[in-house]
Design a protein around this ligand. Structure first.
Ligand code: PHE
Ligand code: FE
Length: 287
């Protein structure tokens, strides 16, 4: 996602919009092998767990198990489908830079790949999370429109001082969203599909709550960045996500300013409950 710990401009070597060349020719054989290992693990796990839109996108982009994708080839396919492109950035970028890219259908992706000893856990998003996790969903026209609208909404939320609320929407949809389908619950969130452990945990573990998606409810719910989620929100469809977010958030932000946060593990009267979680995992891992 984005970070706002930067006060000055882009780092040395980056353009004014923080983009850099991917420099695909510079990846080492060992780096390509990390991609292949991660790709093969997830490709084996995701059929029957990820939603059809994700699996279709993965196929359409040919994010082959042969190595780190070259953005020039990836973009030729992606741009033809939904007008999106992937641009390389040095790491996390400031919020307004991030939102401006999204609003212009550019997805900023890290260029580096995790080390072989970091396959299961990483603090900063790398190219596997950013590309394997995020880009397949950008081939879906509805989701593609949502992400563009989110970028515009982010710039507006910053001006209105409600970015912390809007960031929760990103977290519980783009990163950790589940969807209800005729075949059962499926994953569409990038943070889940790029994680071996959470691909199973999010759907199958009895610990987390799984609750129906409600826009304001989600924006009142804090999230955790250090471990598996304690609650997942389930969308009835991607169209519902786009429709809900196309409304004017002005009145919603006014409402949120008066509404207290909802504890991360709470189930409230209005929630549609898919799973009432035991929270056993969170309790066992509490510090
Ligand atoms: N419609 C929102 C607003 O008026 C913007 C937005 C769009 C937010 C899409 C999130 C996702 O601010
Ligand atoms: Fe992400």
């Amino acid at each position: 996602m984005s970070a706002d710990r930067f006060t000055s401009g882009p780092p040395e070597g980056a353009r004014a919009d923080w983009t850099i060349d991917q420099g695909w020719a510079r990846y080492s054989p060992a780096e390509h092998r990390v991609w292949v290992t991660l790709y093969e693990r997830q490709a084996a796990l995701l059929p029957g767990r990820a939603c059809d839109e994700f699996l279709r996108g993965l196929k359409a982009l040919d994010l082959h198990g042969e190595g780190i994708p070259d953005f020039r080839e990836l973009n030729a396919r992606l741009n033809a489908l939904t007008g999106w492109t992937v641009v390389a950035v040095p790491g996390l970028v400031p919020d307004e830079v991030f939102f401006d890219h999204l609003a212009n259908r550019r997805f900023p992706a890290g260029r580096f790949i995790r080390r072989p000893d970091q396959l299961d856990y990483l603090e900063e998003p790398d190219i596997f999370h950013d590309v394997f996790g995020h880009v397949p969903m950008l081939t879906d026209p509805t989701f593609a429109d949502y992400m563009k609208a989110y970028g515009e909404g982010g710039l507006r939320a910053m001006k209105l001082g409600r970015l912390h609320n809007l960031a929760r929407l990103y977290w519980y949809t783009v990163e950790f969203g589940l969807m209800q389908t005729s075949k059962g619950l499926r994953i569409y969130g990038a943070g889940i599909v790029s994680s071996r452990g959470e691909s199973v945990f999010s759907l199958e573990d009895p610990s987390p709550n799984r609750l129906g998606f409600e826009l304001v409810r989600v924006m009142r719910t804090p999230y955790r960045i250090d471990d598996y989620q304690q609650v997942y929100f389930v969308l009835p469809s991607l169209q519902r996500l786009l429709d809900d977010t196309l409304q004017d958030f002005g009145p919603i932000y006014a409402e949120l300013a008066k509404a207290p946060d909802i504890p991360i593990d709470a189930i409230t009267a209005g929630d549609k409950v898919f799973t009432r979680g035991s929270q056993a995992y969170a309790q066992a891992h509490a510090v």
